[in-house]
Design a protein around this ligand. Sequence first.
Ligand code: SF4
Length: 292
Amino acid sequence: MFSNDFIDDFKKFILKVDYPKHCTFCEGLDLSIKEPKHHPSYEITTACNLNCIYCYSKVAVRNKTAPKEGYYGDLNPKAVTISQYGEPLLVGVDKVAKIIERLKEIFGDVRIDLQTNGTIDFKDLDGLIDIAMVSLDVANPKSYRIVTGKNKFYDVLENVENAVNMDCILTVRSVFLPNFNDSELVNLSKILGDIGVDEHFIQPCSVYNECLNDLLSVGFDIERSNSLYDYLKVVYDCSEFVNVVIPGCIKVVLDEILKQLDDLSDLKFVRRNSIAREPPKIRREWRFAVDV
Ligand code: SF4
């Protein structure tokens, strides 16, 4: 089915492809945990200045399952994500800085991972965050508007460029939307490689019922979104240009699958279920909100 050269290269790639630094310490890396929880997080706001077509956060807001402000997790965390829902920088970079300082006072030497849509300049957080994860799924302003509803493609690129010299890992996070951004992800990898980001983190799409029609309207292919091979092939294509990484919770399952496959071509028959089972909600306990 495939040429031998391609199979050799592809196999070498999927054996060595890594997960992002953000996944370190996540329960998702441990296959013995039946229902792994995501990292502890500090939720700041559920508001967002974009309207992404696949977004779990807006689904949660609509379903009234979005979290209130505050810290969710154990009281001795190794890593705290800011935040899983909404766009945290909307409350102001100064306020986010103060929240991080309070979290460091409370938890000591804890890793701080900022999760942002990248539309707001965050370089004033230099020295306070350990990982910056910026969401960007496409490589041109027209597609950006289709995915997010806004004309902020160049703002995000500029903020990514500004962040390259910050003292933190710089990760750009993209969602694979089969039949919509296959080739754009490769183009984006070229751009990110030129800019010098540390990681291009490509995730498969989780499809919520509430987002299905919007996704279908841009040509999103549900069948291909269930294909592990189609996802990995795009990731492989991007790896020519930048350090591409995949979710740790997928990497550990992939390693198990590879142990059982005699012929790599059989990867074509391995399916994932891209339809999300339930509306998203935070599964860690709310503990406190800091007063800043
Ligand atoms: S991608 Fe998976 S392993 Fe990585 S932080 Fe998220 S849930 Fe954990």
